[in-house]
Write a protein that binds this ligand. Structure first.
Ligand code: HDE
Length: 699
């Protein structure tokens, strides 16, 4: 008898090849992807010519019998799928999550509880408002969605880089998104909140105030996906092996610290390098500077009120300050592999807040409850049917035996006649699992109440957490918030909307309100700011702390006659810290001196300030003032980056108008002597002491 065909529902290499598994020569290879040495049709028929249609004579009409033409064009015509209705623009990476084991007391989920357990993950970062081809560096919230392929089934933590949301109830989601997306008449502006409908909505619907001020802060323009925090936002319920429950908020803490762009950089990058964040993520992983986060939890008692220190834990517009409830670190995420194919993996990955594993449950947060419906629903139109969990990137790494059958794009070849329970024919297989056998058994909860369209009274506090956030920022960050509101509201046409926005700001902080009013040329409304909790230092990101500089980039300006041995020495010193250099010269090619050679990777035409975390001028660099290099240096100075020079490279800085004795301007006799100071300065991200020297309009 011929061997029986087996259904293939195994996870192919594109999915399982995360972290360690990515090492092998078969990296990312799906045996069912393109194979064989000849070009074929989708049915495997070899093709002699793919450049010409089949015609009746060389100048004659094309024949309908040309099946190769038909199949090739038909497939092309359907290559695009609907982009995500929100979070359309994104970048993904494979990685590994390792549990520390200290969460075992609060959850029985092995992925979090089992010490040393490595779980493969796929993470997708995204912007929210822009379409799939929009720029990375726009002012927006960022998505931070993680798919854990756990041995107990798939768990998705679908979070953002801000800990709160615009709305308290899912029923408002179409409203906030319609207000934020481009205006429907002209479909502008793309990927922006600086327009009338957004500000009209968020100033009327004031529960959006807290999230809006996060967007206006530096968090709205991250330096990199690698330097963002992540938040699960909602409160979740964790259940331990004894059935005891806790209310928990999830936090991702980046190893490299939380850092942002300067607004000028964000704007320039949107034109010069719209792929800025995508490129940064992929380049860092390729260079071995693997992005890392620790997963943290705030653990709070599961009390009947579902509050902590008076804060309503079901309200997704509120935070629990870390000073009141510390974040306990329970595991580490390392991103180690770039996707092999953007469409197959990053585009087709499907997250869902309802993808939970035993030991992790949701709560009655009305925003979360609505999401539990929405994410499953959206995949039906986006991925074309109910079988999207069979797409390689979405396949669980746990065995699947779900009795579901058929539907569009069914990949499983299911055997037998039984797909129902109970059944006698297969001995009632597959068996159901109780908690002892790893079944997802919900914690029993009493639910009762009157049917009502409404929210608890605590949901009416729309301003105190926005005021808390603003009060917790450093002075530099507060200044950026005022500038962001001034910019965004300055783009609004309707005067009434600007005035309404100022009345909201008056409730947050008088100084902020006055600064924005002044920028808009409007009177600041009278009003007393609301009371708020004590400032939370954990919310500030400019703290004076130093961080590793892995994956950071230094531009080295040089030219014919420059000290190339010095360039090499600087490159090696930075590479030892995981950072990278790019040599910038008037033209491409190589630069050599005294037997040392370095490749030019950017010219004065292709280099722009936004790409670099610091810029240095090599000794012996050209003294002539090329306007492009002047722009590069002046922009970098204005963007508060470390600037350096060795030897007579310092003369170039002086000729450009940069004070070599100014803050964060580093000079030394040799490249080797410069390296240490440069590394230390980059570890602090920016030269904040220089900010007062740079005018408000420039930063
Ligand atoms: Fe989403 N959201 N969302 N969202 N969301 C989607 O799902 C939705 C919300 C978030 O990289 C969509 O597969 C509703 C909060 C991320 O693939 C959609 C509500 C948070 C991503 C959807 C929210 C998020 C999405 C679009 C209000 C932070 C990208 C395509 C109840 C905790 C995931 C898709 C990825 C994507 C609906 C609110 C984060 C339409 C209805 C709050 C990171 O289903």
């Amino acid at each position: 008898m011929p061997p029986k065909r087996q259904p293939d529902q195994s996870a192919p290499a594109t999915v399982s090849a995360t972290g360690v598994a990515y090492e092998g020569p078969e990296r990312g290879r799906d045996p069912r992807a393109q194979a064989g040495e000849f070009l074929t049709t989708p049915n495997g028929v070899r093709i002699p010519d793919t450049d010409h249609s089949l015609k009746a004579g060389r100048r004659g009409p094309v024949l309908l019998e040309d099946f190769h033409l038909r199949e090739k064009i038909m497939h092309f015509d359907h290559e695009r799928i609907p982009e995500r209705v929100v979070h359309a623009r994104g970048a993904g990476a494979h990685g590994v999550f390792t549990a520390y084991g200290n969460a075992a007391g609060v959850t029985r989920a092995a992925v979090l509880a089992e010490e040393g357990l490595e779980t493969p993950v796929f993470v997708r970062f995204s912007t929210v408002l822009g379409s799939r081809g929009s720029a990375d560096t726009v002012r927006d919230t960022r998505g931070f969605a993680t798919k854990f392929y756990t041995k107990e089934g798939t768990w998705d933590l679908v979070g953002n880089n801000m800990p709160v949301f615009f709305i308290q109830d899912a029923i408002k989601f179409p409203d906030i998104i319609h207000a934020g997306k481009p205006h429907p008449d002209r479909e502008i502006p793309q990927a922006q909140s600086a327009h009338d409908t957004f500000w009209d909505f968020v100033t009327l619907h004031t529960e959006a105030t807290h999230h809006t001020i996060w967007n206006m802060s530096d968090r709205g323009i991250p330096r990199s996906y690698r330097t963002m925090e992540g938040f699960g936002i909602h409160t979740f319920r964790l259940v331990n092996a004894d059935g005891e429950t806790s209310l928990v908020k999830f936090h991702w803490k980046p190893k490299l610290g939380v850092h942002s762009l300067i607004w000028e950089e964000a704007q320039i990058a949107a034109g010069v390098d719209p792929d800025f964040h995508r490129r940064d993520l992929a380049d860092a992983i390729e260079a071995g500077a693997y992005p890392e986060w620790e997963l943290g939890i705030q653990v709070m008692p599961d009390n009947a009120e579902e509050t902590f220190e008076g804060i309503d834990l079901l309200d997704p517009t509120k935070i629990v300050p870390e000073e009141l409830c510390p974040v306990q670190r329970i595991g580490k995420l390392v991103l180690t592999g770039n996707p092999t194919n953007y469409f197959a993996e990053t585009e087709q990955v499907a997250f869902h807040t309802g993808h939970l594993v035993p030991g992790i449950e949701g709560t009655n947060d009305p925003l979360l409850q609505g999401r539990n419906f929405s994410y499953l629903d959206t995949q039906l139109s986006r991925l074309g049917g109910p079988n999207f969990t069979q797409i390689p990137i979405n396949r669980p790494h746990a065995p699947v035996n779900d009795n579901s059958r058929d539907g569009f794009h069914q990949h499983g070849i299911h055997e037998g006649v039984v797909a129902y329970k109970p059944n006698g024919i297969d001995g009632d297989a597959p068996a159901v699992a109780d908690a002892a056998h790893g079944g997802y058994v919900n914690v029993p909860r009493e639910v009762e109440g009157e049917v009502v369209r409404g929210a608890p009274a605590s949901f009416d506090d729309h301003f105190s957490h926005a005021a808390l956030f603003y009060a917790s920022l450093s002075a530099d960050e507060q200044k950026h918030v005022a500038e962001a509101y001034t910019f965004e509201l300055g783009k609004v046409y309707e005067q009434a909307i600007k005035e309404r926005a100022l009345t909201v700001l008056a409730k947050i902080d008088t100084g902020l309100c006055r600064a924005v009013a002044e920028g808009l040329g409007l009177p600041a409304p009278e009003g007393t700011p609301v009371e708020h909790l004590a400032p939370s230092p954990a919310l500030a990101q400019v703290t004076g702390e130093s961080y590793p500089i892995e994956g950071r980039l230094v531009g080295v300006v040089a030219g014919p006659g420059a000290d190339i041995a010095g360039v090499t020495a600087l490159r090696e010193a930075l590479e030892a810290e995981g950072a990278m250099t790019k040599l910038i010269a008037p033209t491409g090619g190589e630069l050599s001196r005294d037997g040392a050679t370095e490749v030019v990777e950017r010219t004065f035409v292709t280099a722009r300030s936004i790409e670099f975390d610091a810029v240095v001028v090599a000794g012996g660099a050209p003294q002539d003032k090329d306007v492009k290099s002047v722009v590069l240096l002046l922009e970098s100075y204005r963007q508060l980056k470390a600037i350096g020079a060795w030897g007579d490279g310092a003369d170039v800085l002086t000729a450009t108008g940069i004070d070599v004795d100014g803050p964060g301007v580093l000079t030394a006799d040799s490249a080797g002597a410069l390296a240490g100071d440069l590394i230390a300065a980059m570890g602090r991200h920016r030269v904040w002491e220089r900010a007062p020297l740079v005018t408000a309009s420039q930063v």
